[in-house]
Design a protein around this ligand. Structure first.
Ligand SMILES: Nc1ncnc2c1ncn2[C@@H]1O[C@H](COP(=O)(O)OP(=O)(O)OP(=O)(O)O)[C@@H](O)[C@H]1O
Length: 335
């Protein structure tokens, strides 16, 4: 696959930038009575540079997938802004939205669900090329072959007549990655790309994504609930809690010197050396994640935080405070 030439972006401008991004879902009773909203994404600030790999890590229900879907243009933000190559996503319509989708490859959690069961591999990969007007047919075939080789499914001729049910989970996810690459995107958004795969193939798929990201200088946003998978595959980590980013840092800094008590608790849970706990799903950390329909006042983590300071953490919302090079934590302990 030859890399797409870099778009002329304003100097110093990140490829992707979100500022105070919000995606709230309205709750309705009997389909019409508005009874409130779920603040799935509630004031997210993030940036991603061209060629950079970052992970968004957080527990189930913290808003990771809603953030991913908003960044893909699948949910319209209800507040704030996200820009890709300087263009506000909310204003993209029609052809501009189609062009944006070609520039962002999407790898989702369930590869089997992502691939239409009635399409063989070749059709599944050819369809985005046809939709985006890539012609002639020989060029499409060349690209399909190159994409399959890129993801380790070679020779392509042995795979492209197969249907999803004839492939293993790992092979299916490789096809999904090939499809995400086929339009030569500038960014890959991978939402829990290995959580439904056998443990034996998870590392292979993460290594593949990292290699492709590096070789083609793609940006990668890797969404995961599993902090143990970020070290070798990303440059930077953003920790999400209650619809917000509570800490972000270069990967080594986050794993060695977490500054937010939530990130600290996630790490402590990882480091549990007791083999009896290795297979046990534990709430991380203890206590319930906040309701995003009625989040607690002040810091959203304060009801679970062992260091919460009454009169501060339960009243005032902490801003992202600089705690090191490229490292911020939204915690009053760091003020
Ligand atoms: N389309 C929707 N309509 C209403 N509520 C939604 C919608 N999508 C997500 N939510 C709610 O938003 C909150 C965040 O969900 P989201 O799926 O983004 O979290 P997540 O961190 O990705 O969790 P998981 O890993 O379990 O998918 C949840 O309370 C969820 O029920």
């Amino acid at each position: 696959m030859s890399p797409r030439p870099a778009q002329a972006a304003a100097p110093g401008e990140p490829l992707l930038a979100a500022r105070d991004l919000q995606t709230h879902f309205e709750l309705r009773r009997w389909g019409f009575l508005r009874t409130g909203s779920v603040r799935a994404v509630d004031g997210v600030d993030l940036t991603l540079d061209a060629g950079e790999a970052a992970a968004v890590v957080g527990e189930s229900g913290c808003g990771k997938s809603s953030l991913a879907r908003t960044l893909l243009g699948l949910h319209r933000p209800t507040g704030g802004e996200a820009r890709f190559e300087g263009q506000p996503l909310a204003r993209l319509r029609g052809a501009a939205l189609k062009a944006y989708r070609a520039r962002v490859g999407y790898v989702q959690q369930d590869p089997y669900g992502a691939l239409p069961p009635f399409m063989d591999v070749r059709r599944a990969l050819e369809e985005p090329l046809i939709v985006h007007g890539v012609a002639p047919r020989a060029e499409r075939e060349r690209r399909i072959e190159a994409a399959l080789e890129e993801v380790g499914l070679a020779p392509a001729g042995e795979v492209w007549g197969k249907y999803p049910h004839q492939l293993s989970g790992g092979q299916q996810q490789r096809v999904v990655i090939a499809r995400a690459l086929i339009l030569r995107p500038r960014m890959i958004l991978a939402d829990e790309p290995v959580s439904m795969l056998d443990a034996s193939v998870r590392v292979e798929i993460l290594e593949l994504l990292r290699r492709i990201q590096r070789e083609h200088r793609l940006a990668l946003l890797y969404i995961t609930h599993d902090l143990s998978t970020v070290r070798h595959y990303t440059d930077r980590v953003l920790v999400m809690y209650g619809g917000r980013i509570v800490e972000q840092a270069p990967v080594e800094a986050l794993l060695e010197r977490p500054q937010h008590p939530y990130a600290e608790a996630l790490l402590a849970a990882l480091a549990d050396p007791d083999p009896a706990n290795a297979r046990r799903e534990r709430p991380v950390p203890g206590g319930e994640p906040p309701s995003l329909a009625a989040p607690p006042p002040g810091c959203r983590f304060h009801p679970r935080c062992p260091y919460a300071m009454a009169g501060t953490c339960d009243v005032y919302d902490p801003p992202a405070l600089g705690v090191g090079e490229g490292h911020t934590a939204a915690c009053w302990l760091r003020a």
